[in-house]
Design a protein around this ligand. Sequence first.
Ligand SMILES: [Zn+2]
Length: 321
Amino acid sequence: MKKSFVLIASGFLLIVGCNKSTSENEITEGEQPLATERRCSADDVLKQQLAADPSLRNRMDEIEEFTRRFRDNPQPETLLPNGTIQIPVVFNVLYRTAAQNVSQAQLQSQLDVLNEDFAALNTDYNAGNPYNNVTAGNVGVTFVLDQVKRRSTNTVSWSTNDAMKKNAKGIAPTSPTTKLNIWVCNMGGGILGYAQFPGGSSSTDGIVLDDNATGRTGTAAAPFNKGRTATHEVGHWMNLRHIWGDATCGNDQVGDTPLHNTANYGCPSATHRSTCTGTPLEMTMNYMDYTDDACMYMFSAGQKSRMQAVFAVGGPRASFR
Ligand SMILES: [Zn+2]
């Protein structure tokens, strides 16, 4: 009963979401129930940004072209220095209740997850993974705590209109061209988070996490209590698309990920096949699907190449080098 209510409610919100304007104020109708299914708004926000700024398409096309060149012919001088890059992280915590003012330990647990997942050191990696042959290994990106900013707010819950990133009600980003800003706040509408892709405005750059989908301790709530919402959103921030390409059997611009019909939820069977061309096994364990935190544990080698292109000399986030 509760489940069908959530499904009906989220269907309603989806319809509302399609029609809302980008200037809409934050949702203020009250506390949101904890999410039971992953929902990320990165692609919806991108579509809004493309509609509002026609030049963004051009910038993203150029980034895509650069990414292809990097993939096909990586020049040694453009690679990450010594194969690694260190990303300073600024957490911007917005809270109305004491619980939402998440602890330093919870934020640190989030950094730990990012450092494990992007180095393939996560202990839940499944040796029986049918996609072992394309597992990326170490992406070469590490995350270090730069600072934590906190602000008390009257806003009950936040939408995807970037209000949390502005000083009027939120916290403006700190040095977004050299630091990854992560906003932690109470998201409305069952949204776990969203990210801005490379090419967008630096004034809104970074990722947003629901406070109940941050880290793996404190207020992190199952099934999103292993810090994978941030892994997924940082994947977008490093130019990864959803594995189903945000379309039926769509293109995620990665060669070694299989075609997916659409998003997968929960913990699918490892034998789950798509009905797209070739009926491949779906890579439901990939961080860029919508599966539960406990059931996603890998990036592919093709995704690693895309992420490294972002930080290459000439890449859209080369300023982080
Ligand atoms: Zn996403």
